[in-house]
Design a protein around this ligand. Structure first.
Ligand code: HDD
Length: 690
């Protein structure tokens, strides 16, 4: 709950059919749903002190009845999500291209609700599996709600919506055994993918560190499909939408993210909550790629194929606005769970393209809300209701909240002076596009190239990122029990890049290399696109990052204060960790209260660590496996480690070597500089890659 949003001295109560606020201390009486005041909320009505509970107890029955029905079906995909309120502000007008007010009224702030999610896991699954992140934004514009429902990856697995149910069945837990939860590392997923060559570009992205983000505040978002913008003259321009995080991109290391999943199941949700609570509102730039149909003709790929992206180097991004997330929802269920994104929520001046995946999605999202929310009136739920006027003659249905008055519920009519009418002015228009051709279950020939952009992506990565892709493939395929599935995947990799296939084959002890499947068209060497890197888009900063300082009895309080101050000044959040949360006795005898107990605060939840320890403290921690893991993992996950003499002694006990990323905290500036990035050069010394 954001402090700015809900004053702590107010709570909401329902009365007279409405929820309203009362001052704290007032304690409104607890009532039934009918308003009957309840005297005893602890004891059910019994025949006598030892006797049976009476069926007559309607207060008990009402309470338990409601509880029994509290859950609704979770989303079939993207069940685990974190939602935030915020606003969009336009900084550059696209009036030349569109009539949409949200894209033309510079300086205008539009309220929005954003939900960021994982895809495969259930609603209670961990925040940090290797997975795509959904990135859905509902803009409450003056002209109706506009839902932009994208992901943190700019391409998708499949080219046609008819394949989606199979893709998701294969990716989610296997139906006979009901595991693995929230993981693609299993046979059915890779079996399906190996038989779906169009997925190969997406495979490169999900095997990259994009699928293991450090924070939801440090991911990009993409609308993926081409949409159309329509201007006053009715001319249309194609557009792709992008979100770019102000904090830069940042990912984790695979071993680290596996351990984060154990240390803090809610790692991403908590990170977002704490940032908003602290007033560090996450922000994204909103950018567009604009291109005409004639320009699209010249692309060496079809932009209507959702397994392709338009490299930023080919069509540069134009930044036109920003999104700020500044308010945590008051109630998770009411808002984050009940928010219903529909791709069909669009505003005048924006229109769809013929992308076959987008066309299928237009049906699915509206349809699924009936299963989830149980009624076609889901649009009346506050988080889904538009904030502009709306009026129509749709009526009735389960859980109808509106009570329209009058005789007329049809159009046209001659009986009402006030009933809503068709209005061409400011209305939604569809782009006038000529579409002719032969009907059939067909895939365009221009969709046939499945490998060139996968190759372009792989070759555009830094050597570190390439190594991570190879290692991720080895990890995932090692979890496949069917050897022919592993072989089929390595066969595909040969089309993407032979050296990648070789690396993965070595990692799987697969010899000889399996043959590559036939391709419909030759694989092209496309110009590299460094904009697809994470490392290229990382920011050397502690802004939004966390420093963990490990101390014990006897630690130097002055040194602690200096490091903490420097880290805070650099924008980090700082947590002090030790054996007992109540405190540690510093060298000068003062008690230092701790933020976290060591057992619950392994180094994986921090971006950099400092070890400020006396010789006695180092000895004491040297006997604690949690402390040994703390420093070994910090080193293994390429983090900067600040040490004093005791800290260095603990490293020695843990057999952790020193290198350029292990820094004497006396030079706090050097430590802070190193803490702003990962020690990539260290990686080859700590693990075999691929
Ligand atoms: Fe989807 C949810 C993103 C293809 C069917 N999808 C959903 C959400 C996101 C995406 C972010 C969660 C929304 C929320 O937070 O409530 N989906 C995508 C992207 C796709 C995509 C970026 C490809 C470019 N999806 C896709 C296809 C279909 C669906 C092809 C069906 C044919 N998606 C759904 C769904 C969900 C959904 C079943 C589940 C819950 C919901 O819609 O509201 O309708």
């Amino acid at each position: 709950m954001s402090k700015a949003n809900t004053p702590e001295d107010k709570i909401e109560v329902g009365a007279g059919g409405e929820w309203h606020q009362v001052a704290s201390g007032e304690h409104p009486p607890l009532t039934t749903n009918q308003g009957l005041i309840i005297a005893d909320n602890q004891n059910s009505l019994k025949a006598n002190p030892y006797g049976p509970t009476l069926l007559e107890d309607f207060i008990l029955r009402e309470k338990v009845f409601h509880f029994d029905h509290e859950r609704i079906p979770e989303r079939v995909v993207h069940a685990r999500g974190t939602g935030m309120h915020g606003y969009f502000e336009l900084t550059h007008s696209l009036a030349k291209y569109t009539t949409a007010k949200i894209l033309t009224e510079v300086g205008e702030k539009t309220e929005l609700f954003t939900r960021i999610s994982t895809v495969a896991g259930g609603s209670g699954s961990v925040d940090t599996p290797r997975d795509v992140r959904g990135f859905a934004v509902k803009f409450y514009t003056k002209e109706g709600n506009w839902d932009l429902v994208g992901n943190n990856i700019p391409v998708f697995f499949i080219q046609d919506a008819i394949k989606f149910p199979d893709l998701i069945h294969a990716a989610k837990m296997e139906p006979d055994r009901a595991f693995p939860q929230a993981a693609t590392a299993h046979d059915t997923f890779w079996d399906y993918i190996s038989l779906t060559p169009e997925a190969m570009h997406m495979v490169m992205w999900i095997m990259s560190d994009r699928a293991i983000p450090r924070s939801l505040r440090m991911i990009e978002g993409f609308g993926i499909h081409s949409y159309r913008l329509l201007n006053v003259a009715g001319e249309s321009t194609f557009v792709k939408f992008h979100w770019r995080p102000k904090l830069g991109l940042q990912s984790t290391i695979w071993d680290e993210t596996v351990k984060i999943s154990g240390a803090d199941q809610d790692f991403h949700r908590r990170d977002m909550f704490e940032a908003i609570e602290a007033g560090n509102f996450p922000e994204w730039e909103f950018a567009v790629q604009l291109f005409t149909a004639a320009e699209a003709e010249k692309f060496p790929f079809d932009h209507l194929d959702p397994t392709k992206l338009i490299p930023e180097e080919l069509v540069p991004l134009q930044i036109i606005g920003r999104m700020v997330l500044d308010r945590w929802p008051n109630n998770f269920f009411a808002e984050t769970e009940q928010v219903a994104y529909c791709l069909s929520n669009i505003v005048p001046g924006i229109d769809f393209s013929n992308d076959p995946l987008l066309q299928g999605r237009l049906f699915s999202y509206l349809d699924t809300q009936i299963s989830r929310l149980g009624s076609p009136n889901f649009n009346q739920i506050p988080v889904n209701a538009p904030k502009c006027p709306f009026a129509n003659l749709q009526r009735d249905g389960h859980m109808q909240m509106a009570q329209p008055a009058g005789q007329v519920n049809y159009e046209p009519n001659s009986l009402s002076e006030t009933s809503p009418r068709e209005t061409p002015k400011d209305a939604f228009r569809t782009a006038s596009v000529m579409d002719t051709g032969e009907k059939g279950r067909i895939r365009a020939e221009s969709f046939a190239d499945h490998y060139s952009q996968a190759r372009q992506f792989f070759l555009s990565q830094t050597k570190y990122e390439q190594a991570h892709i190879a290692s991720a493939m080895v990890f995932e395929l090692s979890k496949c029990e069917h050897v022919h599935v592993r072989e089929a995947m390595v066969g595909h990799l040969r089309h993407i890049e032979e050296s990648l296939a070789q690396r993965v084959a070595v990692g799987l002890a697969m010899d000889p290399l399996p043959s590559a499947p036939p391709t419909a068209v030759p694989v092209l060497d496309m110009p590299l696109s460094p904009a697809t890197q994470i490392i290229g888009k990382m920011k050397d900063t502690l802004d939004g990052r966390a420093l963990g300082i490990l101390i014990a009895d006897g630690s130097d309080g002055a040194a602690l204060a200096v490091v903490k101050k420097a880290a805070l000044a650099a924008g980090a959040s700082v947590k002090i960790i030790g054996l007992k949360v109540g405190g540690a006795k510093l060298a000068d005898g003062a008690m230092q209260v701790l933020d976290k107990q060591l057992a619950g605060a392994p180094s994986v939840i921090f971006d950099a660590v400092a070890l400020i320890l006396s010789d006695v403290g180092a000895k004491q921690l040297g006997g604690e496996s949690a402390a040994i893991d703390f420093v070994r993992d910090a080193f293994g996950h390429l983090k900067a480690i600040g040490v004093d003499q005791g800290g260095a002694a603990l490293l020695k006990t843990a057999n952790v070597p020193t290198d350029a990323g292990v820094i004497d905290i006396k030079d706090e500036k050097a430590f802070i500089a190193a803490a702003q990035t990962r020690q990539w050069e260290r990686e080859k010394s700590v693990r075999t890659l691929a």
